[in-house]
Design a protein around this ligand. Structure first.
Ligand code: 5GP
Ligand code: ZN
Length: 112
């Protein structure tokens, strides 16, 4: 499958890796949108939450459980933002579901 995140998971593309286990990999985003911008990528390939199987939803749940446990490594102490872009209007550009993790600064919250 021609998926850049599957290639990253397979170790075929160099990345800055913060964390990895059987369910996920957490890397630095190549084009940061905040002081810290990480991506938590579940290892199973699917694009949309609506396509998710039960097993994939358990994997995603493990991702959400793990992220706050990495408070120091991801610099989450003063707060952070999680984003999952879904489809065209959200400008999803990689069709392998992933959680953006933004931290390390005060963030705006305004209408798009
Ligand atoms: P999306 O737009 O699909 O929500 O987010 C995709 C994210 O993946 C973008 O923030 C983009 O910068 C990041 N990205 C795309 N290709 C690579 C890559 O090869 N390495 C890393 N570390 N991030 C990537
Ligand atoms: Zn993939």
């Amino acid at each position: 499958m021609d998926c850049i995140f599957c290639k990253i998971i397979a170790g075929e593309i160099p990345v800055t890796k913060l964390y990895e286990d059987d369910d996920m990999i957490i890397i630095k985003d190549i084009d940061p949108k905040a002081k810290n911008h990480f991506l938590c990528i579940p290892k199973s390939h699917f694009k949309l939450l609506k396509d998710m199987t039960q097993k994939q939803s358990e994997q995603l749940s493990n991702c959400l459980k793990k992220i706050p446990q990495l408070e120091k490594e991801l610099e989450l102490v003063n707060g952070y933002r999680l984003i999952i872009n879904q489809g065209d209007d959200a400008m999803q550009s990689v069709f392998h579901l992933h959680i953006h993790i933004l931290s390390g600064q005060k963030m705006n919250w305004q209408q798009a």
